[in-house]
Design a protein around this ligand. Structure first.
Ligand code: CA
Length: 439
């Protein structure tokens, strides 16, 4: 959540973890108690070098760092002391702690198969999730109203984050945050980043905001129903029920208030929505508006874009950028400032769109008007790499081929589509790959 913590919520690992539980049907409930075994349990590490090729992710480097784990933790004591962590708390937290090396596989995971955006939305915005969210909005309506007054953030967005991040607390993960962040602080390629997270975890324990037994979460250390990283907790968590502790795990008021405060501090504009589904004309000239260029709604309308469902844009002077996550065959979206704020909370387009859409559904809005191109199969990692290599061979700049379709690859696809006289929507489809292969 928030700037700098992209790793905590990046799609590569969080999505995978989420889909394993969501797809399996049997969601792992957090038990809330940590046995001593969970501090030292035998690791399920594959023993293989990481796919990133980073020297700190080689199997031998991981083994060496693991052997020096206790020494590494001991060297973090002065930094912990400077943050007000007592020797007693530090000793209790680190004594006998062993690394959870299984996390190394997650840190460098590059899944061969990924889901399409409509698959994510199908999983994250279900009738059950809408119904449960509405029930929680009803049950805690006073708290939501108080948070809206205090922070200016829509209750539906807060509830949607709660629903998307953890299915309202059911899928938050059950790895001890202390052990996960300690492991990542001492082993692997993100040690500097996770050192701050580990130290922040110690501060949380020092303050007694959340007991260690309840400080469990994703392998990257995000915890609680709205998945706070430890440093984000220190920045944003508030004691919204006034009991003296900022308990974003077990106090609904604290988690609602803290999540609202997080969005407010990230720049949420009160009274504005996140964006609109729009219809993009079939002959739309995408080459004119690349790179998330912002225009006013009025200007977008002049370019032929209309709101789906025949409604008008309530604020013609609001500025937005165009997103077509599945190309011209799928729905388009005009994204307002608050969509960027949601992206700061969770920097994955599919997640941010799911949060915005679930919020609209909780408010009583309908499903998207336009259909997704469900006949399109998401390209595998190997196919995405091949697509990039072929584009490069044909003279289009994709940067270093890495199997990820980022802004640069999308621009290269647009250039290629324009050259072969196709709609330059930047969508990496199987048809496009086939065409490139044939050239
Ligand atoms: Ca509290």
């Amino acid at each position: 959540m928030s700037a700098g913590s992209a790793i905590a919520r990046a799609p590569l690992f969080l999505l995978t973890a989420l889909l394993l539980t969501a797809g399996g049907g049997a969601a792992a409930q957090t038990t809330g108690s940590i046995s001593s075994a969970s501090r030292t349990a035998t690791s399920s590490w594959s023993g293989r070098s990481g796919a990133s090729g980073d020297p700190r992710m080689s199997a031998s480097a991981i083994r060496a760092a693991a052997a020096g784990f206790q020494g590494c933790l001991a060297r973090l004591w002065p930094a912990a002391a400077r943050r007000g962590v007592s020797r007693v708390v530090f000793e209790r937290a680190t004594r006998g702690l062993t690394p959870d090396l299984g996390i190394m596989d997650k840190l460098d995971s590059q899944p061969e198969f990924t889901k399409s955006i409509w698959d994510y939305l199908d999983i994250l915005v279900t009738n059950a999730r809408i119904a449960k969210g509405r029930a929680l909005l009803e049950k805690f309506s006073d708290t939501f109203a108080r948070a809206e007054r205090a922070y200016g953030v829509s209750r539906y967005i807060i509830a949607a984050i709660w629903g998307v991040e953890s299915n309202y607390g059911e899928l938050g993960g059950d790895r001890p945050v202390l052990r996960s962040t300690a492991t990542l602080a001492c082993i692997g390629r993100r040690q500097r980043y996770f050192r701050a997270e580990f130290l922040a975890t110690l501060q949380i324990l020092q303050h007694g905001d959340v007991p260690e037994s309840r400080l469990v979460g994703s392998w990257a250390g995000a915890f609680g129903p709205t998945q706070f990283m430890p440093t984000a907790f220190l920045r944003y968590a508030v004691d919204f029920d006034g009991d003296g502790r900022r308990d974003v795990v077990d106090s609904v008021a604290d988690l609602i208030g803290s999540t609202a405060n997080n969005l407010k501090k990230d720049g949420w504009r009160p009274g504005e929505t996140w964006g609109y589904e729009v219809v993009v004309p079939a002959d739309f000239d995408f080459m004119r508006v690349t790179d998330q260029r912002e225009l006013t709604m009025r200007d977008w309308q002049k370019l032929g874009i209309v709101r789906a469902g025949g409604k008008s844009f309530p604020h013609p002077d609001a500025r937005a950028f165009l997103l077509v996550p599945a190309g011209i065959q799928g729905p388009g979206f005009l994204m307002l400032h608050n969509f960027r704020v949601i992206m700061r909370y969770n920097p994955a387009e599919a997640y941010a769109l799911a949060i915005g859409h679930l919020a609209d559904r909780l408010r009583g809005g309908g499903a998207f008007v336009q259909a997704w191109p469900r006949y399109e199969k998401a390209l595998s990692r190997g196919q995405r790499l091949e697509l990039q290599e072929l584009l490069e061979r044909h003279g289009f700049d994709v940067g270093e081929p890495d199997g990820r379709i980022g802004a640069r690859t999308r621009d290269a696809i647009r250039d290629y589509q324009a050259r072969i006289d196709r709609v330059a929507d930047g969508f990496a489809s199987a048809g496009l790959l086939k065409r490139l292969r044939a050239q």
